[in-house]
Design a protein around this ligand. Structure first.
Ligand code: NAP
Length: 495
């Protein structure tokens, strides 16, 4: 059988887009282009440059499985190192030459068996297959705080850090206590005249040892695969993240007790002032929000030049933040560590599939995709880290590799000529959504007594609601009965 040559467009040159490029080349597909709206690769690691930026996943597990990095400086690697890793890997695998930078896709429409793409700069392209690798948390969420536009000082979102603004001697307010806010406060306490942390919902904080790797350790990782394997301790790592996921799915109450007790012990042992300790004590179930791993937040918030503000924010005024107790907190800089709109994905791109079906139409209620990868009426359009994809606190890099393994099998159907078009059926998506939503309502995200970015506009958790093993099993091989295919060798359903 002659192989059908495929032209592929990948959207986004972050971690997932680079992965797609590497895997396409590995499969012998060289006719592809990666469109990237920015001027560099790296996605979230390019956009986030705030002080203290680190990954909250052990460094040796935060790599592609086929490109380990023995040179991480510490257990939780700092952002610039991760950015350098992606740039280096992209170069090493010869992906740079496939990327078109400063090239933003405005729309994509499936016409006459091909995707027709329109770039924002007016150029056009067409492809047999589109891979959307556009990321999850990248549209900043700016809170509608009264008077925000009246602030005379400098105000920016954490993912748009203005490095031209000096911090020394300044009074800085950080709003938000997700991983981002916690990392910023930890990094800046003591370097600014004052750092005030505005905390609406105290978080559970897990202690973590982030001692830098020594030069000898890194040499050993480089020279001896066994030393790296020992440091990765994959079995223990998997047991850990699996136990985390089982707390989310509420299958393992013992594990829930372990995480809670460890965080509580961290709070009790680290914060000396009983009044401050109470103000830092969370009132929801652990893991209801994404757990924070921090080696130094409690130390930072007790620094003489740091202050915790738990009185609600009334409004922002020209000189600072007015809290609900009437106090005006005078500030020079306000940082919005207020998270991201987690329901946007590849929007605002306009995407139109067959039968005039649009992405906005399909996603009118909420973003959805069969197994996070494929959508009915959007043939040959596949997603990495699409809706409902993230699994617990497993790094998205691992999730994307499993998803690629699945997508590669769909590409094989197209290459072999078994079908010319392939996507999940409407029935498969509906059934998946029914099961996913039912499971989501039993997770700690739903019943744990908190709000978080995991919840969609209807209050339903939007991440993968089962455990990691189930995700891995689902990604192993497509259930072909859930796919519709079009093509000479096919009737309607891929067999
Ligand atoms: P986030 O977890 O969504 O946290 C947003 C914070 O902003 C919350 O504390 C929220 O308070 C607060 N907030 C929002 N609006 C507010 C308002 N009007 N007034 C007061 N507070 C307000 O955002 P994030 O910290 O940027 O993290 C986003 C995701 O990225 C998380 O999953 C995080 O773990 C992940 N992340 C990962 C890494 C990594 O190392 N891999 C690094 C950074 C971030 P409430 O809780 O009260 O709503």
């Amino acid at each position: 059988m002659t192989e059908r040559p495929l032209r592929v467009v990948v959207i986004g040159a972050g971690m997932a887009g680079i992965l797609a490029g590497i895997k396409l080349r590995e499969a012998g597909i060289e006719d592809f282009v990666i469109y990237e709206k920015a001027d560099r690769v790296g996605g979230t690691w390019r956009e986030n440059t705030y002080p203290g930026l680190t990954c909250d996943t052990p460094s040796h597990h935060y790599t592609y499985t086929f490109e380990r990095n023995p040179d991480w400086s510490s257990y939780l690697p700092p952002g610039p190192e991760i950015q350098a890793y992606f740039e280096g890997t992209c170069h090493k695998y010869g992906i740079d030459t496939f990327i078109r930078f400063n090239a933003e896709i405005g729309s994509a429409e499936f016409r006459d068996g091909r995707w027709q793409l329109q770039l924002k700069d007016g150029q056009r392209d067409s492809a047999d297959v589109v891979i959307a690798a556009t990321g999850v948390l990248h549209h900043p969420s700016t809170p509608a705080i009264e008077g925000i536009e009246n602030f005379k000082g400098t105000l920016f979102h954490s993912s748009r850090w203005d490095h031209s603004v000096p911090l020394a001697g300044k009074r800085i307010g950080v709003i938000g206590t997700g991983s981002t806010g916690v990392q910023i406060v930890s990094a800046l306490a003591g370097t600014a005249a004052l750092i005030e942390h505005y905390v609406r919902t105290p978080q559970w904080i897990m202690p973590v040892d982030n001692t830098p790797y020594s030069a000898e350790q890194r040499r050993a990782f480089r020279e001896d695969p066994a030393a790296l394997a020992l440091a990765m301790n994959t079995e223990e790592y998997l047991a850990n993240v699996n136990s985390y996921t089982q707390v989310i799915t509420r299958e393992n109450l013992e594990a829930a007790e372990f995480w809670k007790a460890t965080c509580l012990q961290n709070l009790e042992a680290s914060v000396t002032d009983p009044e401050l300790r109470e103000r830092l004590r969370p009132d929801h179930e652990p893991l209801c929000k994404r757990l924070i791993f921090s080696p130094d937040y409690y130390r930072a918030i007790q620094h003489p030049q740091a202050a915790l503000v738990t009185a609600g924010i009334e409004r922002i005024e020209a000189d600072g933040i007015r809290t609900a107790d009437g106090e005006l907190h005078k500030l020079d800089i306000i940082v919005l560590a207020t998270g991201f709109k987690s329901d946007q994905f590849m929007r605002p791109m306009q995407i139109t599939g067959t039968n005039g079906v649009t992405l906005e139409g399909l996603w009118a209620e909420r973003p959805k995709a069969y197994l996070a990868v494929s959508m009915p009426d959007f043939p040959n359009f596949f997603m990495l880290n699409g809706p409902n994809g993230p699994v617990g606190n497993f790094p998205l890099i691992d999730i994307a590799e499993h998803q690629w393994h699945y997508i590669a099998q769909l590409l094989d159907k197209l290459r072999s000529g078994e079908c010319t078009e392939i996507c999940a059926t409407a029935e498969a998506l509906a059934s998946f959504e029914e099961r996913r939503i039912a499971a989501a309502k039993t997770t700690v995200w739903f019943v744990g007594g908190c709000k978080s970015w995991y919840l969609d506009a209807h209050g339903i958790p939007s991440s993968w609601p089962w455990d990691y093993d189930r995700f891995v099993a689902e990604m192993r091989q497509p259930q072909w009965r859930d796919f519709a295919g079009v093509g000479a060798a096919h009737a309607e359903v891929v067999g």
